[in-house]
Design a protein around this ligand. Structure first.
Ligand code: SF4
Ligand code: SF4
Length: 383
């Protein structure tokens, strides 16, 4: 027992040193609340993220030993990222996405931690690690490892640090001393996240409907953004932090001292120029977001989001860029540019849209142009 205890202490100390101020250990037993996860899936709240519901992935989620049969313990780690600093210039980007891709940064650290452990025990240890990407119910396991509780906004909340941190886990074929679980929520009677979510994506406490969540819509969703949700996106071009910003457990500066240098925001990403971004070529997009989580949205998704936000901001300075975007090679971008033009209007936009309609062949884009024209004629019957 002494050896196990000492090894656990050393591994935790090394995890802290590597940039994980939050670290806990749990057993490889199946997660407790599998039923609510199945229920969430059966309601279709995972939207188009089919990989979450794939049978093979369900099997793994329901039993960590299906991922690593030799698993004897699971290390759960948390590494903070900077809290949002208020609206960025231009459009808003979720705080976690403003730095170098955390998958790359943290994977390197996890590898170092496994090397450290193997060196301490003097032999290879079967292992498997994930940073938010694996078929594992990481927040459930993190609660069981004592890192925090799952809040009504569905993020993991730690009493000291709040919820601005990345989770990572290492399944290990060696036994470590487990930590006492957190078995209750400390949200109390608070409902701020539910009350302020602009799209009503938090259907009820602890239940997120991804179909309505701005985070999902701007990142994972690959098609048109539903019409009724576009105005509710406000100025979010990638992700959304609202349900975390309003959470009283996110106290100013609580996470600041623990943030890895590599996870500090990239200054060039803080300066968003929506009009210029709408004109990004594929090459420019790839260069601008090289090594950033934002590349996940791909150019077509990102420019679609930018068009929606420009429509929401109703700034006529964006009209020329939106008119140019009507000729983009991607129908998804053309259709959202048409929508935004219909929201802003003014000048000769109706004429331009009518002209574009004549040359447009894609039925979805045509539909959007017609809708935009209809919108403009309602708001300006004389135009
Ligand atoms: Fe709502 Fe935004 Fe939170 Fe999604 S991320 S649940 S849209 S507040
Ligand atoms: Fe819980 Fe309130 Fe934070 Fe929502 S805002 S997660 S209800 S403490």
């Amino acid at each position: 027992m002494g050896g196990k205890k000492e090894l656990t202490r050393k591994v935790k100390q090394e995890a802290n040193r590597l940039g994980f101020p939050l670290v806990g250990v749990t057993s490889p037993d199946p997660p407790d609340r599998l039923d609510s996860f199945q229920d969430w899936l059966s309601k279709g709240y995972h939207a188009s993220m089919d990989w979450i519901a794939a049978e093979r992935s369900l099997e793994k989620r329901s039993d960590p030993r299906a991922i690593l049969p030799e698993c004897k313990s699971i290390l759960i780690l948390g590494s903070p990222y900077p809290a949002p600093k208020g609206n960025l210039k231009g459009g808003n980007i979720a705080s976690y996405a403003l730095n170098q891709d955390y998958h790359e940064v943290l994977t390197e650290k996890l590898k170092c931690l496994v090397d450290f452990l193997e060196e301490k025990v003097g032999h290879p240890v079967p292992n498997r690690w994930y940073t938010d990407t694996g078929p594992i119910l990481e927040r459930e396991l993190a609660m069981r490892a004592g890192l925090g509780w799952i809040g009504k906004n569905t993020t993991l909340i730690n009493k000291e640090i709040g919820s601005y941190f990345f989770l990572a886990e290492i399944l290990l074929g060696i036994e470590l001393v487990t930590d006492p679980p957190i078995t209750e929520s400390f949200c109390g009677s608070c409902t701020r996240c539910l009350d302020t979510c602009p799209t009503g994506a938090l259907r009820e406490p602890y239940t997120l409907d991804a179909n309505r969540c701005i985070s999902y819509l701007t990142i994972e969703h690959k098609k048109e953004i539903p019409l009724d949700l576009r105005p509710l996106m406000g100025d979010w071009i990638y992700g959304c932090d609202i349900c975390q910003i309003v959470c009283p457990w996110n106290k100013p500066g609580a996470e600041a001292q623990h943030i890895l240098e590599e996870l500090q925001p990239r200054t060039e990403l803080l300066d968003v120029n929506l009009v210029a971004d709408l004109d990004l070529s594929q090459e420019e997009f790839s260069n601008r977001f090289k090594g950033s989580p934002i590349k996940r949205a791909k150019r077509r998704g990102y420019l679609r989001n930018v068009a929606v936000v420009l429509g929401n901001l109703k700034d006529s300075a964006a009209l020329p860029a939106l008119v140019t975007a009507l000729e983009d090679q991607e129908p998804l971008i053309r259709s959202h540019a048409a929508w935004a033009l219909g929201e802003i209007g003014g000048g000769n936009i109706q004429e331009l849209l009518t002209e574009t309609l004549l040359g447009e062949e894609n039925p979805r884009v045509k539909e959007e142009i017609l809708r935009a024209l209809d919108n403009l004629s309602k708001s300006n019957p004389a135009g």
